[in-house]
Design a protein around this ligand. Structure first.
Ligand SMILES: NC(=O)c1ccc[n+]([C@@H]2O[C@H](COP(=O)([O-])OP(=O)(O)OC[C@H]3O[C@@H](n4cnc5c(N)ncnc54)[C@H](OP(=O)(O)O)[C@@H]3O)[C@@H](O)[C@H]2O)c1
Length: 340
């Protein structure tokens, strides 16, 4: 006995990774449908050893399907997620559309799995922003021990966080730097991304921050604790996959760096690699394809009373999107639908 699962946006970066992870984690599936836009109708995607043909989201009937894992962007989500939910199919959505809706739970299973029961208000569950997901996995166990007051985070986000087009742009621009006749101007990003860094992700807000930075603030409050203050600077870097974050945390209570390291070693979803020697830390290329959020460079911040610094790296297409969505599906199945 398994679930009837729909993957929406199956030809995209996140959709393809969802298929990989459903297979790797042996999710109990009775039937699987893969959807994309009409232009991809009939194109093939891999699911384990199998090859599946994509169907058109626009004409798909969600009645009788248990869960739909959406990875299509906010516009298409706005049009199709309510249809799926109304047909009785629970939507697990990767876009930002429903994340701040009080009637939609926003879930990172290692942090707030118990919020799953709120799904029935709209039949929709939201998946957080990629930068938030990996950060809150690291913050939660430390918050439980010493109560976090404030977080200062700088991100180094890979181009795959901007979809298929982002990775193509880095690839094409990198080649064109060595072949100047083949000029590839910035399209997806606002400036050259090859051999450069761009301190701008998503649109600007009135206060001068960007929407990506605002998302880290609002989502951390919704998932972990509304009292935690967060200030973020989000930067796009020329890395294909894997987001990195330098995180400074101020606590209510003292937390020694050795105790923090032990707490993180025991925490779900985390792998601590923290040797004070050349290469004794994790970089984005090493986290690709992994389920874990990696923590390195744990050290006291001696400029404030109760402060710690750490380095946090994870595969943005996995913990930042597809893995977290599949983990939500696992919790939903286990706690609510109970068919598996
Ligand atoms: N990449 C990340 O790290 C990340 C992290 C967290 C959340 N997200 C979110 O996940 C979603 C997908 O991101 P992505 O990186 O996978 O994007 P992507 O690589 O650009 O893929 C987009 C997918 O959506 C489909 N699609 C787009 N518009 C559609 C429409 N009107 N009808 C049907 N299908 C449509 C595309 O199908 P076609 O191939 O047919 O065009 C494709 O399968 C976005 O909401 C994004 O914000 C991404």
């Amino acid at each position: 006995m398994g679930y009837r699962i729909v993957v929406v946006g199956a030809t995209g970066n996140v959709g393809r990774e969802m298929l990989n992870i459903l297979d790797e984690r042996e999710f109990p599936i009775e039937e699987l449908a893969v959807l994309a836009s009409r232009k991809s109708l009939g194109s093939e995607v891999s699911f384990g050893e199998k090859t599946l043909k994509t169907k058109d989201l626009d004409t798909f009937d969600f009645a009788g399907w248990d869960m739909a894992l959406f990875a299509v962007g906010s516009d298409a989500t706005k049009k199709y997620a309510p249809k799926a939910a109304a047909a009785g199919c629970v939507v697990i959505d990767n876009s930002s559309l429903y994340r701040y809706d009080p009637d939609v739970p926003l879930i990172v299973p290692e942090v707030n799995a118990e919020a799953i029961h709120g799904y029935s208000k709209k039949n929709i569950i939201a998946n957080p922003n990629c930068s938030t997901a990996q950060m809150v996995v690291a913050l939660k166990p430390l918050h439980d021990r010493a109560t976090i007051k404030r977080v200062v985070v700088s991100t180094y986000q890979s181009v795959s966080g901007a979809g298929k087009g982002g990775a193509d742009e880095l690839w094409d621009q990198t080649k064109s730097i060595y072949n100047p006749t083949d000029d590839k101007p910035a399209r997806q990003f606002t400036k050259q991304i090859a051999f450069n860094v761009i301190p701008h992700i998503d649109v600007f807000m009135e206060d001068g921050s960007t929407k990506e930075e605002w998302k880290m603030v609002a989502e951390t409050k919704k998932i972990v604790d509304k009292n935690i203050k967060v200030t973020a600077t989000c930067v796009r870097v020329p890395v294909f996959v894997g987001h990195s974050e330098a995180i400074n945390i101020e606590f209510e209570d003292h937390l020694d760096e050795d105790e923090a390291r032990e707490i993180l070693r025991e925490a779900p979803g985390i792998m601590v690699i923290d040797k004070r020697e050349d290469g004794g830390y994790v970089t984005p290329v090493e986290c690709v394809g992994d389920f874990a959020t990696f923590i390195s460079r744990i050290r006291q911040d001696s400029t404030i009373d109760n402060g710690l610094n750490l380095w946090c790296v994870s595969d943005n297409l996995r913990k930042g999107a597809a893995l977290n969505a599949v983990q939500i599906a696992e919790v939903l199945g286990r706690e609510c639908l109970k068919k598996g």
